[in-house]
Design a protein around this ligand. Structure first.
Ligand code: SAH
Length: 346
């Protein structure tokens, strides 16, 4: 039966108001319900206590609330928490809570599986099954916020779209979810605390710039040499570095916001001076900083973290050219919650 009913959170506030008018009721009921659905994250119509029983039954007859369910929660020895999140159709995605001394960051999924084919990423082994809806993305944030308050005594402070999927291949829904996360109708978070991480889809980076989005952009670069990048991220043949560069220049021109490059250094792949020089050149195109991420091995061991010496060569060269560089230690490795490890082992 429920398949015939509509997901009520696909409706805008205006559409909800119209629904009530069509039922011979007052438009402002739409506002009340909207508030229950987003701000208060109601899981069912039953709990909407300022509505009459008849109104709640009418809603129940027409709509469903496709709320996510946190199927299982794993806690790492470092405080990281990984949620396996079940969607209304039974599919599962993962999201991660990453605590540091001063912040709690939610790492959120945007798709079930991924259509890209990065050789070093566990999620890439899963086929892309479908895009997540805006409410499914929003619910992951709400769940992590709850856990942050419960286990770390503070609200969620930051969000990164670095979980499963390529957010720019589900742009419309990701944008809608961010609208609700940042709106006073929703969680009222500042867009400055949100980072969207992409493998680099040039057309969509330009679209984001045109849409004047206010969140931060991170690009998974990993190499600034086309042949090398293609060998680890095969879609680079479709979106080569020249196009990526051009889209990033466009982004900066429009937003004046610095870009973060995510970069893993692997032994025998991108650990030579030639690789470093190429990265330094790439970093000159637009204001940026580089986050060197520790490699999290996935099962088959084709890739290996480069030596500390190679990492130091990178850091020294970048710093010599006055490029900001951070080294990011992995979190939650013991529960397969680190970057690139999300693959529904359960
Ligand atoms: N599709 C988006 C977001 C998901 S991946 C993107 O590509 O940016 C999030 C980050 O984790 C990316 O920078 C990605 O390159 C990195 N990553 C993937 N697999 C990894 C692994 N095994 N170890 C470390 N980082 C990894």
């Amino acid at each position: 039966m429920s398949e015939l009913k509509k997901d009520i959170r696909a409706l805008s506030r205006e559409e909800l108001r119209e629904f009530f008018v069509s039922q011979g009721d007052k438009a402002f009921r739409g506002n009340q319900v909207y508030e229950w659905l987003w701000q208060k994250s109601a899981h069912d119509f039953e709990s909407m206590t300022n509505l009459s029983k008849e109104t709640r039954e009418a809603l129940d007859a027409h709509f469903v609330i496709n709320h996510i369910k946190v199927d299982s929660m794993q806690r790492s020895s470092d405080g990281t928490i990984k949620n396996a999140v079940r969607l209304h159709d039974g599919l599962v995605v993962e999201s991660v809570l990453i605590p540091t001394k001063t912040r709690t960051t939610a790492c959120i999924s945007s798709q079930v599986g991924c259509s890209l084919d990065c050789k070093f990423c566990a999620t890439a082994r899963l086929k892309r099954m479908r895009n997540l809806n805006p409410d499914e993305i929003y619910d992951q944030v709400v769940a992590i916020d709850k856990e942050s308050r419960l286990y770390h005594n503070r609200p969620l402070s930051n969000i990164v779209f670095m979980g499963m999927g390529e957010p720019l291949m589900n742009y419309k829904n990701v944008l809608k979810s961010i609208e609700m996360i940042t709106s006073d109708d929703g969680l009222g978070m500042s867009p400055k605390r949100i980072t969207l991480s992409t493998s680099g889809v040039p057309k969509m980076i330009k679209k984001m710039a045109d849409d004047e989005v206010k969140f931060h952009l991170a690009v998974s670069l990993h190499s600034a040499i086309d042949e090398v990048r293609t060998s680890i991220m095969p879609f680079n043949t479709t979106f080569p570095l020249k196009d990526l560069k051009e889209s990033l220049e466009y982004w900066y021109e429009k937003t004046k916001r610095r870009i973060t490059y995510e970069y893993v250094v692997w032994k025998g792949i991108n650990d030579t001076q030639k690789d470093i020089d190429a990265l330094v050149r790439f970093c000159k195109y637009v204001p940026c900083k580089v986050n060197i991420i520790e490699y999290n091995p996935i099962d088959d061991g084709d890739y290996e973290q480069a030596s500390a010496e190679s990492l130091n060569n990178y850091i020294n060269s970048l710093e010599r050219h006055r490029i900001v560089v951070n080294v990011r230690r992995s979190r939650g490795k013991d529960i397969d919650a680190a970057c690139g490890q999300l693959a529904n082992k359960n």
